[in-house]
Design a protein around this ligand. Structure first.
Ligand code: BTN
Length: 263
């Protein structure tokens, strides 16, 4: 597979996503520490919500739980959006529901591939990680970020979890511009719905989840909890029926579907 080093045609993207909530302005940096940091700076400068920060490469990409996010330069979707939702602040982290649904929808629309949403904030294809989402709160905003593995072979990155890319799944490259435009347009719709009717979006997010009904291991703080993923509740918590019959709720953790039976 040829390694693509073409810069993203971001002006095309910016033109196509001048929307009500998201994309009235777009900031592009070829290379940056993190698009999250770009949005934090924009938030401090009092920038209007809805601004999108896009990069082709990150030197300090951020993942969940303080981890780094790796992506070969000029091959992926790497973007963040600054938001100030009208909903109650304790609900703001749930803005990752509409973002996950948007990336799932955009992937299907552009490539025909049906990715699943994996609690808490991953996109998976064939059980392997295709993308990840992150939310960071400031005093008066929430910044969301998304990374989607597009045009590189997953084998190029040595990570401790199974990874996939759209190019691996398709056997060809996909258009990053089409994917980004579709993602931001879909996010506009899902975000608007989430502001109006958060329960409906929670239902859709829950329905798109790959874990429900499966036996899973949840790693958190050095411990592993095993059980059946019974539900994702209205707060986004994973409800796990553990082997002792208790229902345990998790706000965070790394979940993996178990291949062996529960003992
Ligand atoms: C995860 O750990 O799964 C979440 C990863 C989120 C990565 C994206 S890439 C664009 C944005 N900028 C960052 O530094 N992180 C997010």
């Amino acid at each position: 597979m040829k390694r693509e080093r073409e810069p993203l045609r971001w002006r095309e993207v910016a033109q196509a996503v001048r929307q009500q909530h998201i994309g009235h302005s777009v900031v592009y940096r070829a290379e940056v520490d993190s698009t999250m940091a770009v949005c934090h700076a924009l938030a401090r400068a009092g920038t209007e919500p809805g601004v999108v920060a896009i990069a082709d490469a990150q030197s300090a990409g951020r993942g969940r739980q303080g981890r780094a996010w790796q992506a070969p330069p000029y091959t992926c979707l790497l973007f963040s959006v600054l938001l100030r939702p009208t909903s109650a602040r304790d609900r703001w982290p749930h803005v990752l529901w509409p973002l996950a649904l948007a990336l799932q929808e955009a992937t299907r629309h552009v490539t025909g591939l049906q990715a699943a949403i994996k609690w808490p904030n991953d996109l998976v294809l064939g059980g392997k990680k295709l993308g990840g989402l992150l939310a960071e709160m400031t005093a008066d905003s929430v910044i969301v970020g998304a990374g989607l593995n597009v045009n590189f072979p997953a084998a190029a990155l040595a990570l401790d979890q199974p990874l996939t890319t759209l190019a691996d799944a398709l056997g060809r490259h996909a258009s990053r511009e089409e994917l980004l435009i579709a993602s931001l347009r879909s996010f506009e719709c899902w975000y608007g719905r989430w502001l109006e009717a958060p329960d409906a979006v929670w239902q859709a997010w829950r329905a798109g989840s790959s874990l429900l009904g499966k036996v899973v291991d949840v790693s958190l703080g050095g411990e592993v909890y095993s059980g059946v993923a019974e539900d994702l509740d209205r707060d986004g918590l994973l409800c796990l029926r553990t082997t002792d019959g208790r229902l345990q709720r998790f706000a965070a953790g790394d979940a993996s579907i178990r291949l062996s039976r529960l003992e």
